[in-house]
Design a protein around this ligand. Structure first.
Ligand SMILES: C[S@@+](CC[C@H](N)C(=O)[O-])C[C@H]1O[C@@H](n2cnc3c(N)ncnc32)[C@H](O)[C@@H]1O
Length: 240
């Protein structure tokens, strides 16, 4: 691509949706098929969820770069990992080749693409291609609208402290709790103390062949996988 950056390649942050390879945009598909290099976040060992979603669409011979992210919360190594990834992708972009970064769900909805964007977008052309987020897919699976009419809607990260979760639950009509994982019991207690358990739906691994969706009241598990969320509609009833 020729622009103010000269003949540099473009960095694309491409949303690949929540799990079902059919929940891809045509643009995502086109970019993946023509990329010189595909990058994606991956755990220390094992496969990348983002890559698994689109594996059947990847062109033969494409060069791949796995951004290995250890399962820990400490900020320093994470910053260093993205510094290294940006350094590794820089010569590719400088040579004029495009890089497609696969992002689970939507790249800019709690997505790690922001870290590469922050490091590379001033030096190279960069485009974000939105994807179907877990939030939208969750509403489709539960068959409950995320919000309607003048209702308010909040996206709530489950790692927040109990008091903040209660406050947000009090303030909004509809909520989706993300990153439930090991915070399941805390979120469940907050919802129960507000007397709203019967309004909440628990979902995990949405849009994959291991998907589960059930009323929170019926969930007997004491822990949840990382890819889980809880949708709560305070006043939901079927529209007439
Ligand atoms: C770091 S955020 C990334 C969100 C993602 N960018 C999106 O657009 O959905 C990860 C959280 O999103 C939710 N999530 C993402 N994909 C999911 C899926 N397939 N099923 C259930 N929850 C999912 C979970 O709450 C998970 O802890």
């Amino acid at each position: 691509m020729t622009d103010q950056h000269g003949t540099h390649g473009t960095l694309y942050g491409v949303g690949v949706g929540p799990g079902d390879p059919e929940l891809l945009t045509l643009k995502a598909l086109r970019l993946m098929r023509s990329a010189a290099v595909i990058a994606y976040p991956a755990p220390d060992t094992g496969s990348s969820f983002a890559r698994d979603i689109v594996a059947s669409h990847l062109p033969e011979g494409v060069r791949e770069y796995a951004i290995r992210i250890p399962m820990q919360t400490d900020r320093f190594p994470i910053q260093a990992i993205y510094d290294d990834a940006a350094a590794a992708l820089t010569p590719v972009l400088e040579s004029g080749e495009d890089v497609v970064v696969l992002c689970e769900g939507d790249p800019f909805f709690y997505g790690s693409f922001m870290y590469l964007h922050a490091r590379l977008a001033t030096d190279f052309p960069c485009q974000v291609v939105p994807g179907v987020s877990s939030l939208m897919a969750g509403g489709a699976v539960s068959a409950r609208p995320l919000a309607s009419l003048s209702e308010t809607f909040a996206v709530v990260p489950a790692p927040l402290p109990t008091e903040r979760l209660s406050e947000l639950l009090d303030q909004h009509d509809n909520l989706v709790f993300l990153k439930v994982g090991r915070h399941l019991d805390k979120v469940r207690r907050v919802i129960a103390s507000a007397g709203l358990t019967d309004r909440a739906i628990y979902m995990e691994r949405i849009a994959t062949d291991r998907q589960r969706c059930l009323p929170l009241a019926e969930l007997t598990d004491t822990s949840a996988p990382y890819f889980s969320l809880i949708q709560l509609n305070k006043r939901w009833s079927k529209p007439v």
